[in-house]
Each structure stands twice: as structure tokens, then as C-alpha cells.
Design a protein. Structure first.
Length: 269
């Protein structure tokens, strides 16, 4: 069910899938290689070395430009590709908005906020590990929730997606976006999917996006769909390669290191 795409606050800080630190590192590498090329060519007269560093500099500069384009596309205030991807997930959440939803791996809270504003009567819990390698934090989520006007309806907690600190059948809806493949505490990523579904109430809705179409991570997802249906789930649907759905993701971003082999698993328990 397609819903009208909501606009999030331009004052909120939802970060970017291409972190600023990566761009700084690439820029520094470009500069170092350029300086080395100049020194080898003009100062030390080492032409072979200058050729090597010069070629490397061109390669790194091209990659830096590519990553900059990706960053611009992912930016919630510019290309808003991740906003479109989040909306695709929300559109497949078959929920009436009554009760409480859980966002697993909420990051900076962008998907949490989109769901909270789509379902104005719902309460929420945003959960994330917030490791040092990610430029997100619990305080950032809380500030964003205030700016979006939904802070009174929910909370954010630190946790492990492989071992959720909630009893069975706690939530009326569960969502997650490109998180499960990053969970290092679970070797089998299907276990993370099942953990998400464990805390969902009978009759509750779920919409989960990840690199499901990558068989190296998940095997044949149709097998999982059959298993869940056999276990009594009311509805289970799977869409593979969502990046190709209605030009959801630009071709230049459809790479293994960006978005490739994504899928959505959704339905009702």
C-alpha cells in the first residue's frame, strides 16, 4: 500500500550512508598522492615513481568523486535516496498504527521518525548498538525526535539485534532497514530475522529490509518464507532486488559496496 512520502525536518541530523570521515580520508589520500607525484617528478626526478603515484592519484580522485556523488544522493536534504528506501519499507508495513513499534538498528532515527509520523497514534522504541564505527548516537536520536515533535511517544535503547532485550510478543509492529547483515554477534543472519520476529505479537506487522537477495548471506529466501508460513504466520511476502523497483535506487549506486541484492520481507505474524 503506497503512502504519501513524509518530509522530515531539515533541522534534524540523520547522518549519511557515506560518512563525512570517509570523505575526509579519501581527500587526504588524494592530497598525499598528489604531493608525492609532484615531489617524485619535479624534485627527485624519479619518473617511474611519479608515474605510479600519479596513476594511483587519478584512481583515488575518481573514487572520491564517485563517493561524493553517492553521499549527495543519500543526503536526506538533497537526493534523499535513503528516504525513498525507508518509504518503500513503510509502504509494505501492513499495520493500522495502533500500539507500539520497534525499529531495530535505528541509527540516527530516520526510519523511526518516518514511522512515528506515518502512524501518529503509535508509540515507539528505537534500538541500536551505536558502535564507534558508526557516526550515530542515542543522544542524536533523542534530539531528532524532539525536532520531529514525536519525543513524547517513544524512547531509544542500546542493544544487540541478535539478542533483543524484550520478552516474546512485545511489539505490535517491527521494522528494520539494512541492519541484519551488519550484526557481528550472529553468524547466521537468518537468526537475526527470527529474533526480530520473536518479539512481534501474534497478528502484528513486520517490514524488514536488508541484503536478502545476496545468497551468500541468506541463502534462498523463498525457503525462509515457506518455513514462516508453515510455522503459522498469517502473511509472509518477499520482494527481491528492491533497488530495481520503480527506479528506487540510481544505477550508479547499485554496487556491492552500496546497495546491491537488497530485499524486503514483510507480512503479518
Amino acid at each position: 500500500m503506497a503512502r504519501k512520502k513524509l518530509t522530515l525536518s531539515t533541522k534534524a541530523n540523520y547522518g549519511n550512508w557515506v560518512p563525512a570521515n570517509i570523505m575526509k580520508m579519501l581527500g587526504a589520500a588524494d592530497s598525499v598522492l598528489a604531493v608525492l607525484t609532484f615531489l617524485f617528478q619535479r624534485v627527485f626526478q624519479l619518473k617511474p615513481a611519479a608515474w605510479v603515484t600519479g596513476i594511483l592519484c587519478l584512481i583515488f580522485c575518481a573514487y572520491t568523486f564517485y563517493m561524493w556523488r553517492c553521499r549527495e544522493a543519500f543526503d536526506f536534504k538533497k537526493g534523499d535516496i535513503m528516504g525513498d528506501v525507508h518509504q518503500f519499507l513503510v509502504d509494505h508495513l501492513k499495520w493500522d498504527g495502533k500500539g507500539t513499534f520497534l525499529d531495530i538498528g535505528c541509527g540516527a532515527g530516520a526510519l523511526t521518525m518516518r514511522c512515528a509520523k506515518t502512524f501518529p497514534k503509535a508509540s515507539f522504541v528505537g534500538m541500536d548498538y551505536w558502535g564507534k564505527e558508526w557516526s550515530y548516537a542515542k543522544e542524536q536520536c533523542e534530539q531528532n525526535a524532539k525536532l520531529e515533535g514525536v519525543a513524547a511517544r517513544g524512547r531509544f535503547e542500546k542493544g544487540d539485534a541478535a539478542k533483543l532485550a524484550f520478552p516474546d510478543e512485545t511489539f505490535d509492529a517491527v521494522v528494520s532497514n539494512f541492519v541484519f547483515h551488519e550484526v557481528r554477534t550472529a553468524k547466521d543472519k537468518r537468526d537475526v530475522v527470527r529474533e526480530a520476529l520473536r518479539v512481534l505479537k501474534k497478528g502484528g506487522a513486520f517490514s524488514l529490509q536488508d541484503m536478502f537477495a545476496q545468497k551468500a548471506l541468506y541463502g534462498d529466501m523463498e525457503d525462509l518464507v515457506k518455513e514462516l508460513k508453515a510455522e503459522g504466520f498469517a502473511e509472509v511476502h518477499y520482494i527481491a532486488n528492491i533497488e530495481n523497483q520503480n527506479q528506487l535506487v540510481p544505477k550508479f549506486i547499485q554496487t556491492p559496496w552500496m546497495i546491491k541484492g537488497a530485499g524486503v520481507l514483510y507480512g503479518v505474524k
